[in-house]
Design a protein around this ligand. Structure first.
Ligand code: 5GP
Length: 193
């Protein structure tokens, strides 16, 4: 998505070897118009696939997921994160390891909001090592829901997330911007989906 790539070029900053800081428009300060355009693009990519619900993980996935849900006209459910290891009968839970934060969170969705009748679209802000996506997949699988696909705002193609997702049986992954490499602090893009 050209508009997103242009914004990344203009406003994102490369931190260290593999982190992109996008807090001026995506995950701290949010640009609603860009978010709306991304929601429309997700809706275009996943239209006519019988999606009944959009699933994401708090906090950074919520804005793009809400815009996708708005454009697809379906509800959005965000998995809550907690450090708590207390298992609940009323929620689907999965452990997600974050390489960026180097810690494990449990993510959970209340059983009232996900069921075997659902065809779900998974949305996240980044695809890096794939742990967040695999965690969402585990919740959907537990619920017996059908996963229609995954929509990612920014994929770092040089990290193993997509491969891990494919190996876990997750197909139909579309990323609005794909980053091939960071070279001298600059972003090198791959052809987006
Ligand atoms: P994964 O589980 O695929 O390794 O990483 C996904 C999560 O880690 C995303 O939801 C995102 O919050 C965070 N993340 C991974 N890479 C980056 C990055 O380069 N920049 C930012 N801002 N967050 C990232």
């Amino acid at each position: 998505m050209k508009e997103l790539e242009a914004r990344i070029k203009e406003d994102a900053r490369v931190l260290g070897a593999d982190i992109l800081k996008v807090d001026s428009f995506l995950n701290h300060q949010i640009d609603p118009k860009l978010m709306q355009a991304m929601g429309a693009e997700f809706a275009r990519l996943f239209k006519d696939q019988g999606i009944t619900k959009v699933i994401t993980v708090e906090a950074s996935g919520i804005a793009p997921a809400v815009m996708a849900g708005l454009n697809l006209d379906v509800p959005v459910v965000f998995a809550r994160k907690s450090k708590s290891r207390i298992l609940s009968d009323d929620a689907y839970t999965a452990d997600v390891y974050s390489y960026t934060k180097q810690s494990t969170n449990q993510i959970r969705i209340d059983k009232r909001f996900l069921s075997a009748d659902d065809n779900v679209l998974l949305i996240d802000d980044f695809l890096a090592n794939g742990q967040a996506l695999l965690g969402m997949k585990a919740l959907a699988d537990d619920a017996g829901a059908t996963i229609v696909g995954a929509g990612i705002v920014i994929e770092k193609s040089f990290q193993p997330g997509r491969q891990a997702a494919i190996e876990a049986g997750l197909t139909n992954i579309h990323s609005l911007a794909k980053i091939d490499a960071f070279e001298d602090g600059q972003v090198v893009f791959d052809e987006a989906d």
